[in-house]
Design a protein around this ligand. Structure first.
Ligand SMILES: [Fe+2]
Length: 223
């Protein structure tokens, strides 16, 4: 029984157990070329966004997990707690961007092609039409103060679709319980080089390259 194991035994075994689980996160390759989403999202934005910003979250997450490993090893609970915000920020940035790249596709690969089947039915049931959903999504997402994300999420408990927003790099599921189906990045780094301060123009254009196939796959997997 665990209760009967001396504390020292548990302490000795913690580091090796943790070390066994550690692995480095890596930047996932984009499933299309940097210029493939033009003219809706420029090559320059995609290049900087993927190779610099997303890479920085991956590096930050690896560094934070490294520190967590050391804190864990030395039983430093204060340090373990202090690292949590870096894990949330960089881990969220990694999770969110990985979803975002999959949620986009060039026109030639079906980007912007409207959803069909059960997902469309559910969107129509919830918002009346796909256009009404996009209107609502854009209004809520444009209103995110500072940096953040707009989401189409699935509420598994109530079996319904919901629009949500998260601040900073907060990932949807750990902070709201909703399953992310579609995430749109509204940090300025996602649009400023092309759309300057006009976030609503970027939000209008992005639907031309939304990959509804991956949104549908996520929906079918979780509903
Ligand atoms: Fe981003």
């Amino acid at each position: 029984m665990l209760r009967s194991i001396p504390r020292s035994f548990v302490a000795i075994n913690k580091p090796s157990a943790f070390a066994g689980l550690r692995f480095k996160h890596t930047l996932p390759a984009l499933p299309y070329a940097y210029e493939a989403l033009e003219p809706y999202i420029s090559k320059e934005i995609m290049q900087v966004h993927h190779s610099k910003h997303h890479q920085a979250y991956v590096n930050g997450l690896n560094a934070a997990e490294e520190k967590l490993g050391s804190a864990f090893q030395s039983n430093d609970v204060n340090e373990e707690i202090a690292i949590q915000s870096a894990i949330k920020f960089n881990g969220g940035g990694h999770i969110n961007h990985t979803i975002f790249w999959e949620n986009l596709a060039p026109k030639s690969s079906g980007g912007g092609q409207k959803p069909t089947g059960e997902l469309l039915k559910e969107i129509e049931k919830t918002w009346g039409s796909l256009d009404k959903f996009i209107e609502k999504f854009n209004a809520q997402t444009a209103a995110v103060q500072g940096s953040g994300w707009g989401w189409l999420g699935y509420n598994k408990d109530f079996k319904r679709l919901e629009i949500a927003t998260t601040p900073n790099q907060d990932p949807l599921k750990p902070t709201t319980g909703l399953i992310p189906l579609l995430g749109i990045d509204v940090w300025e780094h996602a649009y400023y080089l092309q759309y300057k301060n006009v976030r609503p123009d970027y939000l209008k254009a992005v639907w031309e390259v939304v990959n509804w196939k991956t949104v549908t796959e996520r929906f079918n997997k979780h509903r």
